[in-house]
Design a binder for this molecule. Structure first.
Ligand code: ADP
Ligand code: MG
Length: 680
């Protein structure tokens, strides 16, 4: 038995070929471990409706039921609407199932096959009808599943496929999953075994098992998180780190070079970071600040301090695009200061890369920017003294192990925009290790946000055209639609073509996930230097394009986005001192979506929105298991699971850390998963 089995490449799982592997990778699923922790966002439970009698009682409510497909058809309704309709046989009762604007569903509906659907049941003169919210095709072997898991999906993957692959992982790999909580502790905290938990979360025999599994997995996440922090901290405490120089000449020149005056919060955070850097203990600091709070400048100051004392810095971002952004921002901030900044990008030519790595090794490069791959790659520095990790909207935690592999005890600063409650951040990270950017740069006007029915999209675009005429710029974002990559492209592409026709005077650009790294870079650069005035894009811009001239963000089909995402998207505008606008085009199909959009109209504050998000998801979310947009935890809900968090605090205190540290398998598991559940 070895946990290595859990971290193999996903392609070795039965049912995963090269094409599947790519699709799964796109969901962030690279190993059997990832699949085991790919938590269903909901379950379809057909135990409620069974006969005509109780079906009639359930009209107006959300129901789940298993039916047999009799026939399927699709038709257009108006210019923008396509309706797919299936006639189902449900225990002898005819029911119509309706999908709006998902034409690709049609070809999945094969007569004679079984399908699980869920949605609000309507009863009219024409009979029963369900507006489908979730569905999953069912094989005969699965017909007796008491509860069918519904997974977050991506283009080309169906529920059935994901379910099968995960079941194969359960069969082949679950036995290797380590139990880290012993019997007596499990009893004390009322926890089931980890293997049972993983089996039940994917295939719960009943609601109780699903709840029990969820509780254990939430506990596991928090425990691993705490253990990995405890490991990191105690490792850091024991060892001597770098005492950065107190000489601030370069920092002062950088401050003089900035096009703005630092906010009080930026100043305070910098001083806290400086104190850590000067101390002989390795820094382990979290910098928290909402989108647009100005984290980059603080990072730049820290790097200036390192460079002033002759140390190199590495800055890591979660995506290529964001790394490119940081690179450009830093170049601008350091302009004329004789600091050598380089970007190691994926699209960088091999010869150029070799040159760069050589220069890095010889100490000619002061600041290296790249993705998180920087620390995995064979990159060696001459005097690495500071690592900055930009987690964007994840709740950051250190990655000291992989960094330690570089052989140096450098200082680490993690930046995050995750608005988690202050008390909780402190309990996880500790007061002395957290800096807050709780003050926005001055002159920011709150972004004006409006929801507009898609029928009135033209008004939104006319408004955008007006802003563009005044020299401003705009983003137009289309959602990624689960299960159909073609449609995503078509959506963004169609919109792009339409807008070109409607507004020939505007120079438009297109950006989507299937473009090469270079093309993406080109599009973003043209947008930044205003050759492109309005950028039509799929959600790739979410990760942090910084263009202060952009004043309009239009989100197509805004109901498809979570609050966290909408807030991140909106954070792309309003970065200068012009009034900025966010227009959410939407005809919300559900109450939840309506509440989310309303929350967006009413608040610009990430923390307030996070709270609202949880409130909205509360009752509507069957088990609190929908994807947690604001934190990296997959199961744990930082607000509702306070009892689990407290219980876990207690457990950690009674644990013998050395025991875990000395079992190499467990130590590896803990450090990988502790980060995995929070960082990945
Ligand atoms: P985030 O915290 O989201 O990473 P950024 O660092 O990207 O925020 O900063 C957002 C924008 O605010 C950038 O355009 C940056 O130049 C600007 N900015 C940062 N600090 C200040 C400040 N003190 N005064 C005015 N503008 C600032
Ligand atoms: Mg940022």
């Amino acid at each position: 038995m070895s946990i290595d089995n859990l971290f193999e490449d996903i392609q070795y799982i039965k049912g995963v070929g090269p094409a599947r592997k790519q699709q799964l990778n796109r969901l962030g699923l690279d190993t059997p471990m990832d699949l085991l922790w790919h938590i269903p966002r909901d379950y379809l439970d057909a135990s409620g409706a069974s006969s005509l009698d109780n079906l009639a009682e359930m009209a107006g409510q959300r129901v789940s039921l298993l039916g047999v497909i009799v026939s399927a058809s699709s038709r257009r309704a108006g210019r923008r609407m396509e309706i797919v309709k299936a006639e189902l046989d449900f225990n002898g009762i005819p029911i119509s199932a309706i999908w709006f604007n998902q034409p690709y569903v049609k070809k999945l509906l094969i007569s004679g096959e079984s399908i699980f659907i869920s949605g609000v049941l309507k009863l009219s003169q024409l009979g029963y009808e369900i507006n489908v919210a979730d569905y999953s095709l069912i094989d005969d072997g699965d017909r007796d599943l008491p509860m069918v898991p519904i997974y977050p999906l991506t283009a080309g993957l169906s529920q059935k496929t994901v379910r099968k692959i995960i079941n194969n992982v359960l069969l082949e790999r679950l036995v290797h999953y380590p139990e880290i909580i012993d019997d007596s502790l499990r009893l004390e905290h009322n926890l089931c075994g980890i293997q049972d938990a993983l089996r039940w979360i994917h295939n719960p025999p009943d609601r109780w098992s699903a709840d029990t599994a969820r509780r254990r997995l939430a506990f596991e996440e928090m425990l691993l998180f705490k253990l990995s922090l405890a490991f990191d901290n105690s490792a850091a405490e024991g060892e001597a780190g770098i005492s950065h120089s107190r000489d601030h000449h370069l920092v002062e020149r950088l401050i003089a070079n900035l096009p703005f005056k630092l906010t009080g919060a930026q100043f305070r955070a910098s001083l806290e970071i400086f104190a850590d850097m000067e101390s002989s203990r390795p820094m382990n600091r979290l910098l928290q600040g909402d989108v647009g709070a100005g984290k980059t400048a603080v990072a730049a100051l820290a790097m200036a301090k390192a460079a002033g004392g002759g140390y190199q810095s590495a800055m890591m971002a979660p995506t290529e695009i964001l790394a490119g952004q940081h690179y450009q921002s830093l170049q601008a901030l350091f302009a004329g200061l004789d600091v050598c900044i380089t970007w190691l990008s994926g699209s960088c030519a091999a010869s150029r890369k070799k040159e760069m790595l050589q220069a890095l090794k010889e100490g000619h490069i002061d600041i290296l920017v790249g993705t998180h791959a920087l620390i995995q790659d064979r990159v060696s520095f001459s005097r690495l003294g500071l690592v900055i990790i930009d987690e964007q909207h994840r709740f950051g935690v250190r990655q000291r192990e992989s960094l330690a592999a570089k052989g140096i005890n450098m200082d680490v600063l993690v930046m995050t925009a995750t608005p988690i409650p202050r008390t909780l951040a402190l309990s996880c990270y500790g007061e002395q290790h957290t800096s807050w950017l709780d003050e926005m740069p001055p002159g920011r006007k709150p972004i004006k946000t409006r929801t507009l029915s898609r029928r009135l999209a033209r008004q939104a675009y006319d408004f955008m055209a007006g802003e563009v005429k005044r020299g401003h710029q705009a983003y137009i974002v289309c959602p990624l639609i689960e299960e159909s990559e073609k449609i995503d492209l078509q959506n963004a592409g169609d919109l792009f073509a339409n807008l070109q026709k409607l507004y020939p005077e505007i120079s438009l650009g297109l950006l989507h996930g299937r473009m090469s790294g270079q093309d993406k870079e080109k599009a973003i650069n043209s947008f930044k230097n205003a050759e492109i005035q309005a950028l039509v894009s799929t959600t790739v811009v979410e990760v942090g394009v910084d263009n202060p001239r952009a004043t309009v963000m239009i989100v197509e089909q805004a109901e498809r986005f979570g609050l966290a995402q909408l807030h991140q998207l909106r954070g792309r505008v309003g970065r200068g001192d012009e009034q900025a606008y966010c227009i959410l085009l939407s005809d919300p199909a559900s109450e939840d979506a309506g509440s989310r959009l309303e929350a967006m109209e009413n608040s610009n504050d990430g923390f307030e929105l996070a709270m609202k998000d949880l409130q909205i998801r509360g009752p509507g979310d069957m088990m609190g298991m929908k994807q947690h947009g604001f934190t990296g935890f997959r199961v744990l809900n930082l607000n509702d699971d306070l009892e689990i968090i407290a219980s876990c605090d207690k457990a950690v205190q009674s644990l013998d850390l050395e025991l875990y540290r000395n079992a190499p398998d467990l130590a590896a598991y803990i450090s990988t998963l502790g980060k995995y559940s929070t960082v990945l």
